[in-house]
Design a protein around this ligand. Structure first.
Ligand code: RIB
Length: 310
């Protein structure tokens, strides 16, 4: 049976221009073509989990414009349950302006629009998906009080929480202590702990600081280095290496990692194996342009992992 994942988070449309270098303040650059792709951290994670084989309910908020309508159509094509996506009258849908360099780096600015209208009350109305879920996956592109309500509901209903604390923000203990697994990148880990994460040693220090704030499992994603796993239950503390690939566009790599991780864990894989599978899906996604347009299906990830293990 497919595992149930509830994703609470943002839905954006990504407006993208590819340029030789990310421009400096005050600089005007002539770029390549302009592209539009569906995005948003929450939506990308929902799509990644659905394509990885999860039964996904996405709780989000879009505007009553064509961007919102197109986004919902896309989620349905991925068999995501959209019953709990709110359509806000007179409010624009979320938009992300993304500049991508030739090296695959990006700079992102987000106009939250309707994402800012997702309220704690909206979650109260959607209690059933939380009750049935194997995991709830959440990020920080929706209001903090909504994130807090989501983790409280999960604690009451005994649903495990994966928090991807992106974009970087300070978080109160009332949220962190209710999280089972946290998946910051180096910047986000530094923002939460004050420790500059540059290698395995500093990642271990940051992980300890997060354990002290009540989190059982810490996975710090560190780009080409892989991910540092620290799990208090099993005592596992190690770097889990990623796959070396030529990146075309790293947008949503973290989202793909989290979506796949949730499904792999819900299906019963051990943490280390789930991280390898998440690395595999993310490695495939960075080789294509765009957020949701680059997310692999379960079969592609399985084939890729098999090839890599030869
Ligand atoms: O994580 C990548 C996402 O961040 C993009 O799709 C963009 O919409 C921003 O939310």
């Amino acid at each position: 049976m497919m595992k149930k994942i509830v994703v609470v988070g943002s839905s954006n449309t990504d407006l993208i221009i590819k340029v030789p270098e990310i421009p400096r303040p005050g600089e005007t650059l002539l770029g390549g073509e302009f592209m539009t792709f569906p995005g948003g951290k929450g939506a990308n994670q929902a799509v990644a989990a659905a394509r990885a084989g999860g039964d996904v309910v996405f709780i989000a908020s879009v505007g009553d414009d064509s961007y919102g309508a197109e986004a919902i159509k896309g989620y349905r094509l991925d068999n995501i349950n959209t019953e709990n996506i709110k359509v806000c009258k007179g409010v624009p849908s979320g938009i992300a302006m993304i500049t991508i360099s030739e090296r695959g780096e990006n700079a992102i600015t987000v106009a939250s629009g309707a994402n800012a209208e997702l309220t704690p009350a909206d979650l109260e109305e959607a209690e059933e998906p939380f009750l049935e879920a194997d995991f709830m996956l959440i990020q920080l592109e929706t209001p903090l009080e909504t994130v807090q309500k989501a983790v409280e509901l999960c604690t009451e209903l005994d649903t495990r929480v994966i928090l991807n604390p992106a974009p970087a923000a300070d978080l109160p203990d009332e949220i962190l202590e209710k999280v089972s697994i946290i998946t910051p990148n180096e910047t986000e880990a530094e923002r939460l702990t004050g420790i500059s994460v540059t290698d395995e040693l500093t990642a271990a220090e940051a992980a300890d600081a997060l354990h002290k704030r009540g989190i059982e499992t810490v996975i710090i994603t560190m780009g080409a280095m892989g991910a540092f796993l620290s799990d208090r239950t099993t005592g596992t503390r190690k770097m889990v290496p990623g796959f070396s690939v030529e990146a075309v566009d790293t947008t949503a790599a973290g989202d793909v990692f989290n979506g796949q991780l949730a499904v792999s864990l819900a299906e019963g894989r051990q943490l280390e194996r789930a991280i390898v599978e998440a690395h595999g899906a993310a490695a495939l996604s960075v080789q294509k342009l765009g957020a949701q347009s680059s997310i692999p299906r379960r079969e592609e990830t399985s084939n890729y992992l098999e090839e890599q293990s030869k």
